[in-house]
Design a protein. Structure first.
Length: 386
């Protein structure tokens, strides 16, 4: 293999370039990136960048010159044929291909700010000034994080959530426990309130009510960036379909990061993850597969969020869980956690302000641990000893 092309200039694309060199590949690497920015890190966009601090946080630890990567910024791939990536500036031939095109923010009818890119975050941060009336549609991870930064900047923040509680990705009884956090920061959270469309200075609710706003952020989720693969031999079904080796349906083509729908032998189902941890670690396996090695990517899922004065972390998958152990009580100064058990096995864990619990819990899940529920509930007992 002499020519590898990486499509996508996010964390997964950058990590793929690093892994190619780390795993001994000596041929050319061409990276096609739709954005004009050198690949950067996205989690700070809804956190530090909104507080006005950019460079230290978004910069990835990648020495592009040392990796000898031919970086093409502002050059999106537009199509794919066997051995050729198409772009508006001409075809780019490859022997091996990594797809790492991530995801894009979903929009509502009308206008409203999205938050996916550095440009989005910089534009948004300029508007987050004292007294600005901001309406955020969606109390998911990004909505909650932006609400935090905006409230700290003195904005008048309203968050609309269509469901009965924030964080719809989590069980509703957990999301409900975050409701008081909004009031603590003076944020007006309205659950069971669906937005229908966004106008220039207002949000129209499904009920017909019109909410005035100076700024509207639409944070209603993301979808894999795969439109450019339409008509190509790569199978796409809510993401680029890959097996546990991160191989696509096309020989010599792997996919990594937010754009994939990967097969998980661990959970016996296809998973769509939009987590930083997958973009960081998936490329080790995707590149190994591309280079003809035998590697499997099937970790215990992990993500975190810093919101409303708390750090929430999740590990595992609650599929098949039949009981929940509460570790500490919400409001405890030392934090608290929920642990899901399937029979006697620990299968998922959510921690609030207890990072050590999460690390130990994730390790125990990997080991197939069967903790004692009484000890697990006791904050004085480390998770690893429960
Ligand atoms: C605001 C924000 C905050 C987040 N915070 C957290 C967090 O706290 N914790 C957590 O676990 N995760 C978080 N995430 C998720 C995490 O950042 C993503 O999982 C990670 O960035 C995925 O990396 P990726 O490289 O797969 O995709 P992306 O970061 O989306 O990068 C893909 C890149 O490919 C480019 N591209 C798209 N199409 C093409 C094309 N046709 N040709 C060339 N280039 C193309 C895109 O422009 C983009 O630059 C956050 C995400 C966002 C947006």
């Amino acid at each position: 293999m002499k020519r590898v092309v990486v499509v996508g200039g996010g964390l997964a694309g950058a990590r793929s370039a690093q892994e190619l060199r780390a795993q001994g590949y000596e041929g050319t690497i061409t990276l096609l990136a739709a954005e004009e920015h050198v690949p950067y890190d996205r989690p700070p966009l809804s956190k530090e960048v909104l507080r006005g601090s950019q460079d230290d946080h978004v910069q990835l630890d990648v020495d592009w010159r040392d990796l000898e990567v031919d970086l093409h910024l502002g050059r999106p791939a537009t199509g794919l044929r066997e051995g050729v990536v198409e772009t508006a500036e001409g075809d780019v031939p490859y022997d091996g291909l990594v797809l790492a095109t991530g995801a894009h923010a979903l929009r509502l009818k009308g206008s409203g700010f999205p938050l996916r890119t550095l440009d989005d975050a910089l534009t948004l941060s300029v508007h987050l000034t004292e007294g600005t009336k901001l309406v955020i549609v969606g109390a998911g991870w990004i909505g909650a994080e932006v609400a935090t930064g905006a409230a700290q900047a003195g904005c008048d923040v309203t968050v609309l959530e269509a469901g009965p509680a924030p964080l719809q990705a989590l069980p509703v009884e957990v999301g409900q426990l975050t409701i008081p956090w909004y009031a603590d920061l003076g944020i007006d959270l309205r659950v069971n309130t669906a937005a229908k469309s966004v106008q220039r200075k207002a949000v129209v609710l499904e009920s017909g009510e019109k909410l005035a706003a100076e700024l509207v952020l639409v944070a209603v989720g993301a979808a894999p960036e795969t439109a450019w693969l339409k008509g190509s031999p790569v199978t796409v079904d809510h993401g680029v379909v890959v097996d546990e080796h991160l191989a696509t349906s096309m020989p010599g083509v792997v996919a990594v990061g937010d754009c994939v729908a990967r097969w998980s032998p661990r959970y016996d189902m296809r998973l769509r993850m939009e987590h930083w941890d997958d973009a960081l670690h998936g490329p080790t396996v995707g590149v190994a597969t591309l280079l003809g090695k035998d590697a499997v990517y099937d970790p215990i899922p992990y993500f975190w969020s810093d919101q409303l004065g708390h750090t929430i972390q999740w590990a595992g998958f609650a599929k098949g869980a039949d009981s929940v152990v509460r570790r500490g009580e919400p409001g405890d100064a030392d934090g608290w956690a929920f642990c899901w058990l399937a029979g006697t096995r620990l299968v998922a864990m959510l921690t609030v302000d207890r990072p050590r619990d999460l690390v130990q819990g994730r390790r125990r899940m990997t080991d197939g641990a069967e903790p004692d529920p009484t000890r697990l509930a006791d904050l004085a007992v480390p998770v690893k000893s429960a």
